[in-house]
Design a protein around this ligand. Structure first.
Ligand code: UFG
Length: 327
């Protein structure tokens, strides 16, 4: 079966493309390389450099490749950036995605796995967060993803379009060939590891006055390889559903910023100098997933639950690629 991976040169998209190849799927990657890296695309995947917002380009790719299903990872995903520049976020995450959906329908391709996010929940008052927790995004990034989920639901009713939205909590870690290389880097674990490597002087902890046991924010870090496995299971599941489904996807365990720093010090054997800074706008105090639905429905089980193991994989990748994919 041939799967088109839109955004397959990015962090999560490239790991999923790789796992698809390993699982015997034929893979076609489409990426505009605005944030992704061509070196991240698996060598056996066919690749097209272009934007999903370009309808004639996409139409040609579908005509040539005739994929049976699509995984859609193309998105901008920085909360702060989305607040500062909402037009660009809605353009990339909603309008460009609509072009992809239109081309899919024109070619009678009605199976999609969509990268959604915990950011659709905003500032939840109850944790762990289940699929029944009301979605109430507090920034344009989360709103753009929730809007796309809604569009998928409408397409299910109107056209028999089948989709699974996977709401990632904090993707982290690395596989043998793929790791985090965001530019700019804003994510906690790669920043901590840059400090361990001496590439940054210190970590700024964004707030130590949250209503949590140690005052720092708590997040649910999920290994990117576990995320990828969920995508394969979700792809197989598309044959058994009608319409749109969504699953929360996390480890089910929360770690504070200080706990992540302590774990990273243990893994790297290096001390991580830090300073306490202001809260980062839009950061909820606690985000922890209930993954009961995806465990029960798809039989998904995270294999890398230990935060040390997650950081260790990222550290290994960082040591081998101190300058990311450019190294
Ligand atoms: N943090 C720091 N210092 C830093 C970087 C991060 O203290 O230099 C803290 C943040 O305040 C947060 C935690 O570390 O409490 C994790 O921050 P990340 O930036 O690594 O991840 P986020 O939780 O902000 O974001 C992730 C995804 C987003 C998604 C969001 C869902 O990267 O795409 O989860 O809430 F929107």
């Amino acid at each position: 079966m041939k799967v088109l991976v839109a955004g397959g040169a990015g962090y999560i998209g490239s790991v999923c493309a790789d796992l698809l190849v390993q699982s015997g799927y034929s893979v076609v990657v489409v990426d505009n390389l605005s944030r992704g890296h061509s070196q991240a695309v698996p060598s056996s995947a066919k690749r097209y450099c272009g934007d999903i917002a370009n309808e004639s380009f996409l139409d040609q790719v579908f005509r040539l490749e005739k994929p049976a299903a699509v995984m859609h990872f193309c998105a901008l995903s920085l909360v702060g950036e989305s607040v500062a520049d909402p037009i660009t976020y809605y353009q990339n995450n909603v309008s460009a995605g609509l072009v992809l959906l239109r081309v899919m329908l024109a070619h009678n391709v009605k199976k999609l796995i969509f990268s959604s996010t915990a950011a659709i929940f905003g500032e939840p008052t109850v944790v762990p967060i289940s699929e029944n927790t009301p979605a109430s995004p507090v920034n344009p990034y989360g709103a753009s993803k929730l809007m796309f989920e809604r569009i998928l639901s409408d397409l299910g009713h109107a056209y028999g379009f089948r989709s699974v939205s996977l709401r990632y909590f904090n993707a982290a870690g690395a596989t043998e060939h793929h790791g985090e290389d965001h530019r700019p880097e804003t994510h906690l674990i790669p920043i901590i590891l840059d400090v361990a490597l001496g590439k940054r002087q210190k970590l700024t902890v964004f707030g130590n006055d949250y209503p949590t046991p140690d005052g720092s924010c708590i997040r649910d870090y999920i290994h990117v390889a576990d995320l990828a496995e969920a995508h394969i299971l979700a792809l197989e599941y598309l044959d058994r559903i009608e319409g749109a489904e969504c699953f929360n996807l996390g480890n089910g365990q929360g770690f504070s910023v200080f706990e992540v720093v302590a774990a990273a010090e243990k893994v790297t054997g290096r001390s991580i100098p830090l300073e306490i800074g202001e809260r980062r706008p839009g950061d909820p105090a606690v985000l922890v997933a209930s993954s009961a639905k995806i465990r029960n429905t798809l039989g998904w089980q995270p294999r890398h639950r230990d935060i040390h193991e997650i950081i260790e994989s990222a550290w290994r990748w960082k040591l081998e690629h101190p300058n990311g994919y450019n190294a």
